[in-house]
Design a protein around this ligand. Structure first.
Ligand SMILES: Cc1ncc(COP(=O)(O)O)c(C=O)c1O
Ligand SMILES: N[C@@H](CCOP(=O)(O)O)C(=O)O
Length: 484
């Protein structure tokens, strides 16, 4: 399978190339040349497979430059019950019926991995596959990432002790939960560099893109990416939609709906990918918090990114995002894989102008694509956490609550609604406490983490300062020599 950029300047290579590349040189995102779809028979043959085998079958059409046996080995090492604390890796739990006469509500548990968020599912794969590809090529990778709280720790846990990888992780200073900050900043490892940026998540993400846009710096310092701008992240996330669908035990071809707490649009795009691959996904619900740029688009046809000073601090902080990176992949597909369209739309986005699809055939395509949306607020979040706790005996985190509430609003008679559990409540103790008047349980390994010593540097929102920092840290790191 060959990969191209959403903005169209030539081929990017095959899977291993785009894995290490992260972002395309023209600033676009890597996409497969086409999306292979399973026939109904092939799809049925996936039913009942173990997670690693299912992952192999779903990902294989996109990864044809790694020998089958090696890919299987990597996937079996990644998706191990010891890592995800469940034989099913991503178990599906029935919550009950939202209201009489409506379909059943389910929770897809994605957050039982090392960092207690859904990011682990794909990030653990990235840790393994990076190591495999870098080893084969004899190369080194310096990952530059941006986090609003969960990608950071998932990436750092996945890359801990990896000899060929360093992680530079940008986080918005003071805008993550106390647990999230402690989880990342307490790591004192030679290959991990935590950087608190004076800005919001979007500033961090823009810095990542700006560093990647400097071709000389990127090549000189082997800069790679772990955010969902990296195709491998999205691909690995598509697998759990298949797993959940088969776990529902529906008759062949019957539809299931999914509700996805959304910010950077990676998770819901992975669901859209699964749908395009032939999985009978009906509605894909894009659930946002008060930072509702995506809800605005799906309700009006206008995508208008929010400048940093208009990104609110909310009680689902990991979704405090005003620019959704993977939205570019979605619009690229909506436009029939047209890089010309994406290029002109992102030219507008780059200049702070809206992309307005109202009255166009593209808007018809959007409406036919199955994506719908809704927006939640602090009050709705608290009430949902409380209600699901009381009615179902299940404590959920604030982001998952956004997904559950908006999912319920879109429920269809007789169609199951699967709500993605994107983090565990332990990560957002204050909000959960406010909702149910008790502290969420946390795994023993995180006891008292908030009081641990913290290791991070503070940088201004400035790309040249960041590049100088990376260069200096790599010079100082004994095991990484500055390239000649
Ligand atoms: C807990 C949680 N929920 C939801 C999201 C939103 O997911 P996405 O950015 O893939 O839309 C994030 C961050 O990405 C998150 O950390
Ligand atoms: N919510 C994320 C932000 C980045 O998302 P990603 O999926 O693009 O890595 C976070 O918690 O860091």
């Amino acid at each position: 399978m060959k990969y191209v950029s959403t903005r169209g300047t030539g081929e990017l290579g095959r899977f291993s190339d785009v894995l290490l590349l992260g972002l395309a040189p023209d600033g676009g995102l890597a996409m497969p040349e086409h999306i292979p779809a399973f026939s109904p028979q092939t799809l049925e043959a996936l039913r009942g497979l173990s997670y690693p085998e299912l992952a192999f079958r779903v990902m294989r059409p996109f990864i044809d430059d790694i020998p089958e046996a090696d890919l299987r080995r990597v996937l079996h090492a990644t998706y191990h019950p010891d890592v995800f604390h469940s034989q099913d890796i991503t178990p599906l739990t029935r919550l009950g019926a939202a209201s009489p006469g409506q379909g059943e509500l389910y929770l897809l548990e994605l957050s039982n991995g090392p960092s207690l968020a859904f990011k682990d599912v794909a990030m653990q794969f990235l840790g393994q596959i990076f190591e495999y590809v870098l080893e084969r090529r004899g190369e080194q990778l310096n990952i530059l990432g941006a986090t609003s709280g969960d990608t950071g720790s998932a990436a750092e846990y996945a890359m801990l002790g990896k000899a060929r990888v360093n992680v530079f992780m940008l986080s918005p200073r003071g805008r993550m939960s106390a647990f999230q900050q402690a989880q990342m900043y307490s790591l004192n490892e030679p290959n991990i560099f935590n950087i608190a940026v004076e800005g919001v998540f979007d500033d961090c993400q823009d810095l990542v893109k700006a560093v990647n846009a400097d071709a000389d710096f990127k090549a000189r310092f082997d800069i790679g990416a772990v955010n969902s701008i990296n195709w491998a992240r999205v691909l690995a996330q598509a697998v759990y939609y298949f797993k959940a669908y088969f776990a529902l035990g529906l008759p062949p071809g019957a539809e299931a709906d999914f509700s996805v707490p959304s910010g950077n649009f990676g998770n819901v795009f992975a669901g859209f990918l699964a749908k395009r691959m032939g999985l009978p996904v009906g509605q894909l619900i894009v659930a946002t918090n008060e930072n509702d740029v995506l809800n605005e688009f799906f309700s009006t046809g206008v995508y208008h990114v929010r400048p940093a000073d208009r990104v609110a601090m909310t009680s689902s902080p990991s979704m405090d995002i005003g620019k959704a990176s993977n939205f570019e992949r979605y619009l690229y597909l909506i436009a029939g894989s047209s890089a010309t369209h994406t290029l002109s739309w992102w030219d507008e986005v780059g200049q702070g102008r809206p992309v307005d699809l109202r009255g166009t055939s593209h808007w018809d395509e959007v409406k036919a694509s199955g994506l719908l949306s809704g927006r939640n607020t602090h009050q709705g979040r608290l009430e949902t956490i409380r209600r699901i706790d009381q009615q179902c005996g299940r404590l959920i985190d604030p982001h998952t609550a956004d997904g559950v509430l908006i999912g319920e609003r879109h429920q269809r008679r007789g169609v199951p609604m699967v709500c993605l559990e994107t983090a565990l409540p332990a990560k957002f103790g204050d909000t959960v406490q406010e909702a149910v008047k008790r502290a969420p349980e946390r795994p023993e390994r995180f006891a008292g983490i908030e009081t641990a010593e913290r290791y991070f540097d503070v940088l201004p929102n400035d790309v040249e300062t960041l590049k100088a920092y990376i260069a200096r840290k790599l010079r100082e790191t004994v095991k990484v020599q500055e390239p000649a």
